[in-house]
Design a protein around this ligand. Structure first.
Ligand SMILES: CC(C)(COP(=O)(O)OP(=O)(O)OC[C@H]1O[C@@H](n2cnc3c(N)ncnc32)[C@H](O)[C@@H]1OP(=O)(O)O)[C@@H](O)C(=O)NCCC(=O)NCCS
Length: 155
């Protein structure tokens, strides 16, 4: 079940962040800020048998949507949870009338890139030395709705 993130989820979310993003985990406070002070942020969790096993942070700023964070507990990888969260976020962005959905991903994160490619994301740019350890980011974009035919990344 996917539902909105609540404050009581933050301990578990921070635990998952530490486990999954060892180089640059977001602390619980960062999620609290998103919840309380970022009017553009929409936070969701995937709950199974009363336990949070995945989450996503979607920013919707007028016609633009950005997936700021998506993660699934390691023991639940490969079972479709990430895809369900992605489906949900894409639907939210479409319902909000967004023209595209963007995200940044480490160039080395093959598993996440597989998920994004499955959803039609295209690499639009490389952001050099984007992460603290110097790794580059791929800026990926998925056109939504009416703009789909207008994008041409061939140049
Ligand atoms: C990326 C992540 C969210 C994917 O979640 P997930 O629940 O494993 O995703 P799914 O089970 O829905 O699989 C999605 C796609 O990933 C790919 N995938 C699944 N298992 C894989 C594996 N063992 N190796 C490589 N790719 C794999 C497949 O393309 C799969 O789609 P398909 O099964 O329909 O072919 C998860 O691995 C994760 O939390 N990683 C750590 C955090 C992270 O890197 N987040 C992204 C930051 S940009």
């Amino acid at each position: 079940m996917i539902r909105e993130m609540r404050k009581e989820d933050l301990g578990r979310i921070a635990e998952l962040e530490n486990e999954l993003f060892q180089d640059d985990p977001w602390p619980a406070d960062a999620f609290l800020y998103e919840m309380d002070d970022n009017p553009f942020a929409f936070l969701y969790v995937y709950e199974k048998d009363g336990r949070v096993i995945g989450y996503a942070d979607l920013w919707i700023t007028y016609e633009q949507a950005q997936l700021a964070n998506i993660a699934v507990a390691r023991e639940s990888w490969g079972k479709g949870v990430g895809s369900e969260l992605m489906d949900f976020c894409v639907n939210q962005a479409v319902k909000s009338g967004c023209e595209n959905l963007t995200l940044e991903v480490r160039v080395s994160n093959e598993r996440a890139k597989k998920l994004y490619e499955k959803y039609g994301f295209i690499t639009a740019a490389i952001r050099k030395h984007y992460y603290e350890n110097g790794e580059d980011a791929e800026l990926m974009i998925k056109p939504l709705g009416g703009l789909e035919d207008d994008f041409d990344f061939s140049d």
